[in-house]
Design a protein around this ligand. Structure first.
Ligand SMILES: [Zn+2]
Length: 62
């Protein structure tokens, strides 16, 4: 009997790397991964921007 068992359930979820662009200088200094299934909305983090030398809002970009 050559009955192959199919793996069911957890498949590989694609987690694309996204860039976080500074709202003020428009530079993508940070990158992160997200699960599009859990987080369909655009991400936005407050992070320290080394170009602006302060904490700014970093928004998800492509
Ligand atoms: Zn900046």
């Amino acid at each position: 009997m050559a009955d192959k068992k199919k793996k069911s359930g957890k498949g590989k979820v694609k987690r694309p790397i996204i860039k976080l662009m500074c709202e003020e200088c428009k530079r993508a200094y940070y990158s992160t991964r997200k699960n599009p299934t859990n987080t369909p909305d655009r991400l936005a983090f407050k992070k320290f921007c080394p170009i602006c030398h302060k904490r700014t809002l970093h928004k998800e970009t492509k």
